[in-house]
Design a protein around this ligand. Structure first.
Ligand SMILES: Cc1cc2nc3c(=O)[nH]c(=O)nc-3n(C[C@H](O)[C@H](O)[C@H](O)COP(=O)(O)OP(=O)(O)OC[C@H]3O[C@@H](n4cnc5c(N)ncnc54)[C@H](O)[C@@H]3O)c2cc1C
Length: 455
């Protein structure tokens, strides 16, 4: 992007997660003077790396995967110069207890087989039924029946007649990945909307949307490059700066009151905090009761990530393996050696992610490590004698906003009734569920709204 001479007005961005980082980077690129307020001592929000001293390693707060259709995120990575650190292997694998595993291909002709049922025991009839049900899903995602908003994803799958084996080997796993909720709680409309987004992007790009992953830690991917942009453009980043209220005077945002009582003057504000932190900030905005009520109803869903450093390799078939029939929900195992191309300190790191971890979140870290090792032992023969050199558990009770039945139309747009005050964050209305792309797309729309009203 062409750099412009900085103007003297102050654009304040509240929140240094992905949405706030992207907003600050793009405003700075557009020649604006930017102040970024972050309540913690670090940037990155829900995407960041953490040090594990026992093995001198920096795993992430949770393994993050990306979709090739994340166009706003690509724009962000281009801006901060780290796009080369994402790769799309074109395959993953499914694993059953006892070690039986099959590959899932997401590129080319072999992707069709994945779509029609990768289950090794699927019969020809199962595959035919899967084809019919898949076509129905696609049709109903694009032209949604009126009552879809009243169904869970489980009910939708039953209605289109998706065979059990196709659900086990693909659809239930995909739905959990998209909305981080078990299919009997997840809103079918949320899943259908993301499916429709993926189909539209696939048609536009003339390539099916595939799944990939970073080859570096999340700090290197998202934060270090942003810091370089901030330095280049003189963005004022304030850590441990807790915003309490956005001040609106005569229909315009004029400042931000901080927890220490000080007021920062603002000519425009992007509020990029999660739904769980919005309370109080928008009190001066006429429509704040509706936004607060929606934020409240959107609620939270927990994710537990466990980084297990083992004394031996597990012989995975791919970097991303989905364990079928795990502890109530399906677990995912990420092989960090394959992803990052290195072995940390003579150990082998396996990152396990449990989405919709409503029960696990209440267990102690030791219990979780023991439970996850037991899980690996059921699925990987090589884990039978394995020893945990270090176990690192990250509990995120507020991992994302919830996308259960009844939440599909609650998300507020980026624009507000105050023209120079806009919202951003994964929970605001975008084409995606609670994802990094939603955060980046919300920032893109928020920045666009502010810059347009400047013209
Ligand atoms: C374990 C886990 C795994 C995930 N896996 C994936 C995945 O595989 N793929 C994917 O696409 N997405 C995934 N996600 C979702 C993704 O991480 C989030 O959607 C995204 O990071 C949200 O970014 P955000 O900027 O909207 O919010 P946040 O990252 O929460 O950023 C908000 C920031 O605002 C700050 N803040 C809050 N209140 C204030 C205040 N009053 N004043 C100042 N600062 C404030 C916070 O400290 C925070 O830094 C995952 C999330 C988790 C937790």
């Amino acid at each position: 992007m062409v750099e412009k001479a900085s103007d003297a007005r102050n654009f304040v961005v509240i929140g240094g997660g992905l949405a706030g980082l992207a907003a600050a980077v793009w405003l700075a690129e557009a020649g604006k003077q930017v102040t970024l307020l972050e309540r913690r001592a670090r940037l990155g929000g829900r995407t960041h790396a953490m040090r594990v001293p026992e093995v001198d390693d920096i795993p992430d707060n949770g393994q993050h995967v990306v979709a090739s259709g994340y166009h706003s995120l690509w724009r962000y990575l281009d801006s901060v110069g780290t796009r080369q650190y994402v790769t799309f292997p074109g395959s993953g694998s499914l694993r059953w207890p006892g070690g039986r595993a099959v590959m899932l291909h997401t590129k080319g002709f072999r992707a069709l087989r994945t779509l029609l049922g990768a289950h090794p025991d699927a019969s020809a009839l199962d595959r035919l039924r899967a084809l019919r049900a898949t076509l129905l899903l696609i049709q109903q995602a694009l032209w949604q029946p009126r009552d879809l908003a009243g169904l869970t994803t489980d009910q939708w799958f039953r209605r289109v007649g998706m065979p059990a084996k196709a659900r086990e080997a693909l659809w239930d796993w995909l739905a959990l990945g998209i909305a981080a909720e078990p299919v009997d709680r997840e809103s079918a409309k949320v899943f259908a909307d993301v499916l429709a987004t993926g189909i539209r992007i696939g048609v536009r790009d003339r390539a099916a949307v595939t799944i990939g992953y970073p080859t570096v830690d999340l700090d290197t991917l998202f934060i270090r490059g942003a810091e370089r942009v901030f330095e280049r453009h003189g963005v004022d980043v304030r850590y441990r700066a807790v915003a309490r209220r956005i001040i609106v005077t005569d229909g315009r945002a004029t400042g931000v009151r901080l927890a220490d009582g000080s007021v920062l003057a603002a000519d425009a504000v992007i509020c990029a905090v999660p739904n769980t932190n919005i309370g109080g900030l928008l009190d001066d905005l006429p429509e704040h009761p509706e936004i607060y009520a929606a934020a409240d109803k959107l609620g939270v869903t927990p994710i537990v990530s466990t980084n297990l450093y083992l004394d031996r390799p597990l012989r995975t078939k791919s970097a991303m393996e989905a364990l079928i029939g795990g502890t109530g929900v399906i677990d995912e195992v990420f092989d960090r050696q394959r992803m990052h191309g290195r072995t940390p300190h003579g150990t082998w790191l396996y990152c396990l992610t449990t989405s919709g971890a409503y029960e696990q979140i209440h267990r102690s870290n030791d219990e979780i490590v023991a439970e996850q090792l037991e899980l690996l032992r059921r699925y990987y023969p090589e884990a039978a004698e394995a020893r945990v050199v270090a176990g690192h558990v990250v509990k995120m009770p507020k991992a994302t906003f919830s996308q259960v039945l009844g939440t599909d139309d609650l998300r507020p747009g980026q624009r507000t009734s105050v023209p120079n005050l806009v919202l951003a964050g994964d929970w605001t209305r975008t084409d995606w569920s609670a994802t990094m792309e939603s955060a980046a797309q919300s920032a893109e729309r928020a920045v666009e709204a502010l810059l347009r009203q400047e013209d």
